[in-house]
Ligand binder design. Structure first.
Ligand code: GDP
Ligand code: IMO
Ligand code: MG
Length: 428
């Protein structure tokens, strides 16, 4: 049997998962996305050249690696084709290496219109506007059109008519916005079918075969633990399970197929969109993290909110995902700060707790309890050995390890593929 590694984000997304997946894929045969959709934005920087991936797994820049979109992913075909074209015009072979699950639900134009219509109302949470929530609602509501449905065009047209009728009713009557044209959508989707069909396979059988042949598989999470629809800061979450368990349901391999879970964590915290964020900073330190960390969304370009490391939420993520080891990213962004803080607990109603509150509204009354660490004056930028780090940076990492209770197995010291310290390789 081969070895399977899951990489997940342990905060509110954008922890640097894409960079780490690309790096570790040097030792893998396939990379598999298992949840989310093109709401993800995963940045890879190789020899200074930047690539942002949304749906295509972050193994695509490694020649010969198979890239699989599992059944747990919701797929917007026009975005997928645009992403394939963008890579292929750069000379990267994509189509023959990309495998799409026949069971993946499709994101339709009406899902996007519904997402955006809701975001104009008072229930707005700052989604990416990509139709993710409405598409997952239809999956659970057993209404989805799945990629396999492209194989029977007549039946596809009938099902599309039914589901768009429902969506358009909501758009026109409830949200009072323009409905989406059915005939144009049908034409557009059937026009894409011939290109998509050769990539659509039984990904469960394919992955099981790879595993049996001894292949090493890399499962790439999207979003982060605190955006998990069950365990995150509900309702300010995405509409899928982002924790490691989703690698099983979203790929079709059972839980015993996985050997190691890598929790990617920023050395501080960021969040895009609305929702609780107890350690958020509104001062010069926060402004500095945003500026030095270049904290703008990879998908929507929105400014990310910034704050100190929150061990309460990361510890919860470790429990939810059974994290084996941590990869601490963006350590270099903390260079030059005089003091670095870590939230070790929340004070709520006079009591200190190590757990998140039961009610999302209680976050407003939570006061973070901080442990302070001395900052460091030397640079960690691009450092590739533990000994090469300033002593106080090593001290900070040891502190995180102790407070979170999981070993730091990797450290990222810059955006480039080569800027890392690997203490334990997840495939070893
Ligand atoms: P993902 O969604 O988890 O893949 O993360 P994003 O790509 O959305 O955001 C992470 C950002 O941080 C990207 O711009 C990366 O190029 C950058 N990045 C990743 N690791 C590091 C690091 O160690 N240091 C610095 N300075 N930037 C990093
Ligand atoms: P990666 O994979 C950061 C956030 C949105 C919003 C909430 C719901 O790059 O880490 P959605 O469009 O999913 O319904 O939006 O989730 N969000 C992300 N934040 N990184 C992401 O992906 C995100 N994907 C969704 O900002 O708050
Ligand atoms: Mg991102």
């Amino acid at each position: 049997m081969g070895k399977s590694v899951i990489v997940i984000g342990t905060q509110w997304g954008d922890e640097g998962k894409g960079k780490i997946v690309d790096l570790l894929t040097e030792q893998a045969e396939a990379v598999i996305r298992f949840q989310g959709g093109h709401n993800a934005g995963h940045t890879l920087i190789i020899n200074g050249q930047k690539t942002v991936l949304h749906l295509i797994p972050s193994g695509i820049l490694r020649p010969g690696i198979a890239c699989v979109v599992g059944n747990g992913v919701v797929v917007h075909l026009p975005s997928l084709l645009a992403e394939i074209d963008g890579l292929e015009t750069r000379g990267i072979a994509v189509a023959e290496r990309l495998k799409l699950s026949a069971a993946s639900p499709m994101i339709l134009p009406t899902h996007i219109a519904l997402d955006q219509a809701r975001e104009r109302g008072k229930g707005a949470i700052g989604t990416t506007g990509r139709g993710i929530g409405p598409a997952y609602e239809d999956k659970v509501g057993r209404r989805s059109l799945r990629l396999a449905d492209l194989f029977d065009e007549r039946r596809f047209g009938e099902r599309l008519a039914e589901v768009m009728q429902l969506h358009n009713f909501m758009l026109a009557e409830y949200y009072q916005v323009e409905p989406v044209d059915f005939a144009a959508t049908l034409d557009q989707w059937l026009g894409m079918a011939a290109r998509i069909r050769p990539m659509v396979i039984d990904t469960v059988a394919y992955l099981d075969g790879l595993r049996r042949s001894g292949a090493r598989l890399m499962f790439e999470g999207a979003q982060g633990a605190l955006l998990d629809v069950d365990h995150g800061t509900y309702p300010f979450v995405t509409s899928s399970n982002t924790s490691a368990g989703a690698a099983a349901t979203g790929s079709g391999l059972g839980p015993t197929a996985f050997d190691y879970v890598l929790g990617v964590v920023k050395a501080y915290t960021t969040r895009v969109g609305g929702g609780p964020f107890p350690t958020e900073l509104f001062d010069a330190d926060g402004e500095r993290l945003a500026r030095v960390g270049v904290e703008f969304g990879s998908t929507t370009g929105r400014a990310r909110r910034c704050g100190w490391f929150d061990a309460v939420t990361v510890r919860r993520a470790v429990i939810n995902s059974g994290v084996t080891g941590l990869c601490v990213t963006k350590l270099d962004v903390l260079d030059g700060l005089s003091t670095v803080k870590v939230c070790t607990g929340y004070r709520l109603d006079g009591q200190v707790t190590g757990n998140p509150p039961l009610l999302v509204d209680q976050y407003a009354d939570v006061e973070p309890v901080y442990e302070e660490f001395p900052g460091w004056s030397g640079s960690t930028q691009g450092i590739r050995t533990l000994d090469g780090l300033p002593a106080d940076a090593r001290n900070y990492l040891r502190g995180l390890e102790k407070i979170v209770g999981v070993p730091v197995d990797m450290i990222s010291t810059g955006a480039d593929r080569d800027h890392n310290i690997i203490l334990r390789h997840p495939f070893d």
